[in-house]
Design a protein around this ligand. Structure first.
Ligand code: CTP
Ligand code: MG
Length: 228
């Protein structure tokens, strides 16, 4: 029997780097909230089953209204992303064997990336991250002084969805107490292998105002491509 795939969608951040306004997940992108676009993108991936959204604690009602008809569970998120993921994980229905954790802010992620992560999990990996090569030269610095240049060839920028065997993610959240910026880091801390699959440029995280312009451009290009 193939394992059911559940998705945890942390969407409880404030979006401080985006500037003043509503929490990021509720901001409009070409007329529609980021979170709605993120959920629809996930639903376009055939493997995706139950979805749990971690909403800003003050916006749980508003998010539940927004999610009406999209068949998702909404829970209140926490102060840190890691906490929001843990709260969503606790609400994941039984019977889900594989879990994807996906930033709501990566709202334009193509379904092919989701399916590539799931395929790697079904192939036996216990943790999977989508990655891209790094375009910029990267330097290690102390203050304003360069210490050295890091070899770019062996660096990867990491995206989401990150995929896990459910038991591994649950163990990571139960045992790892250090602050991390992604879920795979916690699995690395357990000493378990994390595998990579190719990511996608359109899976970028909407973080700063320029990202909103880029996202709108991506949506326009998709609309043009979809025209007969
Ligand atoms: N996130 C969350 N709970 C938090 C913080 C972040 O669920 N306490 C989510 C965000 O909603 C986002 C994802 O984690 O979908 C990635 O975080 P990030 O891009 O940093 O979003 P924000 O924290 O909202 O942005 P900022 O750091 O600029 O405030
Ligand atoms: Mg943040």
């Amino acid at each position: 029997m193939t394992a059911t795939v559940g998705v945890l969608l942390p969407a409880a951040g404030r979006g401080e780097r985006l500037g003043p306004g509503a929490p990021k997940a509720l901001r409009a992108l070409a007329g529609e909230p980021l979170l709605v676009r993120a959920v629809r993108g996930l639903r376009a991936a055939p493997s995706v089953g139950p979805v749990v959204v971690a909403a800003p604690a003050s916006e749980v009602g508003a998010v539940a209204d927004l999610m009406a008809g999209l068949d998702v569970v909404v829970v209140a998120g926490g102060a840190e992303r890691q906490e929001s993921v843990a709260l969503a994980l606790a609400a994941l229905p039984p019977g889900v064997g594989l879990v994807l954790v996906h930033d709501a802010a990566r709202c334009l992620t193509p379904p092919s990336v989701v399916e590539a992560v799931v395929a790697a999990l079904r192939g036996g990996a216990v943790a999977v991250v989508p990655v891209l090569p790094v375009a910029d030269t990267v330097k290690l610095v102390e203050g304003d002084r360069v210490v050295r240049t890091v070899d770019r060839a062996s660096l990867r920028a990491v995206q989401t969805p990150q995929g896990f065997a459910r038991g591994v993610l649950e163990r990571a959240h139960a045992e790892v107490r250090t602050a991390v910026t992604d879920d795979a880091s916690m699995v690395e801390a357990l000493g378990l292998p994390v595998m990579t699959v190719p990511g996608h440029e359109e899976a970028f995280k909407v973080t700063r105002p320029l990202d909103l312009l880029l996202a709108e451009a991506v949506l326009s290009a998709r609309t043009l491509r979809a025209r007969p």
